[in-house]
Design a protein around this ligand. Structure first.
Ligand code: MN
Length: 196
């Protein structure tokens, strides 16, 4: 078993999400930003391994906070790449995910409105996510601050949208709402449905 995190390969080319995301925007985001979380998490594993080997003390509070930041960043980015696809391959949600969206939100249009408001109003750097509560079977929209605050433990994350400025600044400058609007045209709903 791989004991360290690695940067996952994308299932599409860096230019394939254009015009929603440019090749430069996507490659920088994947190769530099996502890689930094992978490297950061692995560095903390090494620090923990070394301290355990030497029997030395660590600042647990700071280390664990830093670890959750990097692991959260790695996991969320991995989910994000997977739930995107080129515009030409994107289809509306079908089957159970469609039924759930209709049951909880009334319509796909209403879901898009609510998700967009959640996404544009995430404070500072963070994410918007669609999740499923396994106890009630309800779909819930979460706003995730940084990479983890506000996550409901145990809820399956079905769909995520990265709203850190590094995710869109090259293409949209500070116009987060324009990026959010375009996001809906590159969702791979089959992947979202497969996470149910
Ligand atoms: Mn990001």
């Amino acid at each position: 078993m791989e004991r360290m995190y690695t940067l996952p390969a994308l299932k599409y080319g860096y230019g394939d999400l254009s015009p929603v995301l440019s090749e430069e925007q996507l490659s920088l985001h994947h190769q530099k930003h996502h890689q930094a979380y992978v490297t950061g998490a692995n560095a903390i594993f090494e620090k923990l391994d070394n301290a355990r080997r030497d029997g030395s003390d660590l600042d647990q509070k700071a280390t664990l906070k830093e670890l959750s930041f990097h692991v959260g960043g790695h996991v969320l980015h991995s989910l994000f790449w997977e739930n995107l696809c080129p515009q030409k391959n994107a289809k509306p949600p079908a089957g159970r995910i469609r039924d759930l969206i209709h049951a909880d939100f009334g319509s796909l249009e209403r879901f898009i409105v609510e998700f967009s408001v959640a996404a544009t109003s995430v404070e500072g750097s963070g994410w918007a996510a669609l999740s499923l509560c396994k106890k009630t079977g309800r779909l819930l929209i979460m706003q995730i601050e940084k990479h983890n605050t506000n996550v409901y433990p145990g809820f399956s994350i079905l769909l995520v949208l990265d709203l850190w400025e590094h995710a869109y600044y090259l293409d949209y400058k500070n116009d987060r709402a324009a990026f959010v609007k375009q996001f809906f045209s590159i969702i791979d709903w089959d992947v979202v449905a497969s996470r149910l």
